[in-house]
Design a protein around this ligand. Structure first.
Ligand code: MBD
Ligand code: FE
Length: 287
């Protein structure tokens, strides 16, 4: 009797797709299943290993960490590399480099015109004043652009996900003024580490890796007629700057820190003593 092979099983699986199917879903799922069948066959994956992976995936989902694991396994950066390549082919490879969104963005942060204070005053750390201009694809300053900014606190935690922080702490949307300017007061963030004991940490341990990100600040910049830009800036001097577990550090996104005690121009932000300044402009692409 002829053996029913893995290839036969694949063919049977695909032949069962006789209903009102979504062709794109079929194409992708069939490819992934075929690739995994091959992996299991060629690497002689044992049932105990397979079921351990299923258990891990369930734990990963239950912990809401699928998007954290994808970042750590390089998928998020992969999507950026492919988008960069597409831009290159289209002659659009200018402007501020993109960098991964990550799993910790929250929509609808409080909206302010031009400037805001991001921190709720309860955290320790160095006061940061960051400012800059959003430029449209035409090279001119863009009024009424929205700079949506979010970052970690001194312990590397993000509000909404860290229940000890107040709602929308270190998260704001800033609307640029007529000159395209935005600015905010906050605290210099610390780096992020994946939660200890979590499913994401477990897989990183098995891979002989750490789960640390260097200190960074996220941005989603949008404006009329412009392509939305998701990016991050990195704080220099961090031990993990070139060893990011999410592979997101890029040239052009590492800012300079400017320590100052000048306060006359930041009175509306309530800044009094010594603090750190960062200047960073965003250059958008056409929609
Ligand atoms: C982060 O803060 C982050 O930016 C990414 C990409 C993954 C985990 C935590
Ligand atoms: Fe982050």
């Amino acid at each position: 009797m002829a053996e029913y092979s893995p290839k036969d099983l694949l063919a049977t699986l695909e032949a069962a797709q006789t209903g009102e199917r979504d062709p794109r879903t079929c194409e992708i799922v069939n490819r992934i299943v075929a690739d995994l069948f091959r992996t299991i066959e060629e690497l002689n994956v044992q049932p105990a290993e397979f079921w351990a992976a299923v258990k891990w995936l369930n734990q990963l989902g239950a912990a809401q960490q699928v998007g954290l694991a994808t970042a750590g396994l390089g998928f998020d950066r992969l999507l950026d590399i492919l988008a960069d390549q597409a831009d290159e082919r289209a002659g659009l490879a200018t402007g501020t480099p993109r960098a991964i969104e990550g799993p910790l963005y929250v929509t609808n942060a409080p909206l302010s015109d031009y400037e805001a204070r991001l921190d709720d005053g309860t955290d320790v750390g160095e006061t940061l004043v960051m400012d800059g201009v959003v430029y449209g694809a035409d090279g001119k300053p863009l009024a009424n652009a929205i700079v949506d900014v979010w970052h970690a606190d001194s312990k590397g935690g993000y509000s909404h996900f860290d229940p000890t922080q107040s709602e929308f702490n270190l998260r704001r949307r800033l609307r640029t003024d007529a000159q395209g300017r935005y600015r905010f007061r906050s605290l210099v963030p610390s780096g992020y580490g994946v939660p200890p004991g979590s499913p994401t940490e477990q897989i990183l341990d098995r891979l002989g890796r750490h789960g640390q990100r260097p200190a960074h600040i996220h941005f989603l910049v949008t404006g009329e007629g412009q392509r939305p830009l998701t990016t991050q800036i990195n704080i220099p001097g961090d031990a993990y700057l070139q060893d990011d577990f999410a592979f997101a550090t890029r040239d052009g996104l590492i800012v300079e820190l400017d320590p100052t005690d000048r306060t006359d121009d930041v009175a509306s932000l309530g800044v009094t003593g010594k603090h750190t300044r960062v200047h960073f402009d965003f250059h958008l692409q056409p929609a």
